[in-house]
Structure formats: C-alpha cells, structure tokens
Design a protein around this ligand. Structure first.
Ligand code: NAD
Length: 290
C-alpha cells in the first residue's frame, strides 16, 4: 500500500519503519525534521497525504490532530483511510472522523497500548473505532505494527476503550503502591506481600506484571530506578482525558478523579515528571498520613 505517516516521534517513527520494512511504500512527515528508517521524507503533511491509500497520524493531542486533519482531509484521495493512532479526547476523535467521512474518506481512531517497546517490536494492541470497511483495509497494517486489534464500535470508541483501560491501570497502580507502603509500615515483607497478593484476589497487571517494588516480581521499571516504561506524565495525560470524557457524559468516576489529582500533584508539583508511573511507590512510602 501507499501510506502517508504524519508524526514520526517516539511511537510513530518505529511504527512507520515497521510498515516500510514490511514492503509498504511509506512517505513520512514531522515538523521536527525527524525521519524513520526506510521512510521517504515528505515536505509537508499535505505531501505525505496526497493520493495515498492510508494516512496514519501519531500526534501529541487532539488540537494538533484537528489542525493536521484540516490540512490533509482536502487532499486525500476519495475512499482512502484516515487512521489516527494518537491518544486524544473522544470529542476530537469523533469530530475529525465526521469531517473525514463528509469528505468521502474512511475514518478510524486506533489508539495503542504497548509503549515505545511495542512500537519498535511491532507488538502494539490497537483499540479501534470506526467503520467496518476501514477496519478491513487497515487490518494488515495492524498486523505489522501490532499483535492485536480490537474493533470497539463506531468512531471514538477506540479512544473510549483506551481511557477506560488506563483509568483502571492508573487507579490500580496507585492502590498497589499504597498497599506496599502500608505493608512496609506494618512490618510485612514486600516479597511475602507479592507472593500472597499475586496469587490472591488483589492480583492485577500492576502487581503481577509490572510490580512497583524493586527486586520483587518480574523485571519492571522499578528495577531500573523507575526509568520509564510508561512515564507518569503520560499516565496523567490519559487520566485527564478520562476525566474530560466523564465530564462530557456526566459519569461519576470518584477514583478516576482522585487518581488524576494524585498524578497531577506528582508530575506538576513534585518529582514525578520523567519517572515511571510506578514511582508512586517511593513517593507514598516516603510520606506519612497527614
Ligand atoms: P512524541 O512527542 O515523541 O511524537 C509526536 C510527534 O508529533 C513529534 O515528533 C512532533 O514533532 C510531531 N508533531 C507535532 N505537531 C505536529 C504537526 N502539526 N504535524 C505533524 N507532526 C507533528 O510522542 P509519542 O510518544 O510518539 O506519542 C504519540 C502519541 O501516542 C500520543 O498521543 C501519546 O499519548 C500516544 N502514546 C504514547 C505512548 C508512549 O509510550 N510514548 C504509548 C501509548 C500511546
């Protein structure tokens, strides 16, 4: 396929390189001037998007997605697929999809989980919203860039799935860290706590696969001085998107609200920026109740 790839950052660069390595003809654009292996450099977003079968965007936020969409939708070929893999707010995803569909395009929102390791290794999971025909066209590309793609329903539902998942992840990580910090003060050994919880009803991905306690459980960013991994500021972004969505539909999310406030404090007022989101454990362990 002929593919335009816009946004060649930490995630987009390796995703574009994987598509090129699989034999697709990929033209990439990024205003930062970065390139990706095997990808032809386009001079503008419009040049990357003009006449191709699929345009993939991997951008920082919904406002940038809206501005790129306004540039590229008018030059895309009728029937082409606009595939946005960025994590953005549900409203921006739905608005951009509606504009694309009005212009005779197929639109998919397909945020990912798996991080930069998954992008480089081609093992991302895609959560996809949008029409069936677009999903069928994009499926071979999902197979190259990832290991799984779940069609979650109409436009915006990929973003909805992503923020619901990450709201669970953020809150679960916090409470797992709280429990370790409490266990420390109760004189309960961290390894013993892991051995019990990881095989009991308190188990979770945060505990079992990404244990926030160094030297306990499988290898995780905690074993590398909390170098991300998944940075606390990216978790904050996703928790903020979850709250934005919850406000828009009047959903009561007390723990999601608290998790957002805690990560905001950690990232914006403390030393959380640039650390893995599981560094909530040393933060909590160093504090007392008041
Ligand atoms: P990044 O900042 O490394 O890359 C974004 C790229 O977009 C940058 O290279 C930037 O120059 C480019 N860009 C900015 N404005 C642009 C414009 N107007 N036109 C074209 N390109 C533009 O970010 P990233 O880590 O690659 O993340 C991209 C998206 O993926 C984000 O929405 C993020 O939330 C999501 N995501 C990231 C991770 C992760 O672990 N990094 C995991 C899952 C999802």
């Amino acid at each position: 396929m002929q593919i335009g790839f816009i946004g060649l950052g930490n995630m987009g660069g390796p995703m574009a390189a994987n598509l090129a390595a699989a034999g697709h003809d990929v033209a990439g654009f990024d205003p930062a001037g970065v390139t990706a292996e095997g990808v032809t450099s386009a001079a503008s977003a419009e040049d990357a998007a003009r006449g191709v079968d699929v345009v993939i965007t991997m951008l920082p936020n919904g406002d940038i997605l809206r501005s790129v969409a306004a540039q590229i939708i008018p030059v895309m070929a009728k029937g082409a697929v606009f595939l946005d893999c960025s994590t953005v707010d549900v409203t921006s995803a739905r608005d951009v999809a509606a504009q694309a569909q009005d212009a005779g395009l197929s639109a998919l929102d397909a945020p990912v989980s798996g991080g930069t390791g998954g992008a480089a290794g081609g093992t991302l999971t895609f959560m996809v919203g949008g029409d069936e025909a677009g999903f069928a066209t994009a499926s071979p590309l999902f197979e190259i860039m990832g290991q799984k793609a779940v069609h979650c329903g109409p436009s915006g539902n990929g973003q909805a799935a992503k923020i619901c998942n990450n709201m669970i992840l953020g809150t679960t990580m916090i409470v797992t860290c709280e429990a370790f910090a409490l266990a420390d003060k109760l004189g309960l050994d961290r390894q013993a706590m892991f051995d019990v919880v990881s095989t009991s009803s308190g188990y979770s991905w945060s505990m079992n696969a990404y244990c926030p306690a160094p030297g306990v459980g499988p290898k995780s960013p905690a074993d590398n001085d909390y170098t991300p991994g998944f940075a606390a500021e990216l978790m904050l972004k996703d928790l903020a998107l979850a709250q934005q969505a919850a406000e828009a539909v009047n959903a009561d999310t007390p723990l999601g609200t608290a998790a957002r406030a805690l990560y905001a404090q950690f990232v914006e007022e403390e030393d959380g920026r640039g650390r893995d989101f599981s560094a909530m454990l040393p933060r909590l362990a160093a504090r007392s109740r008041s």
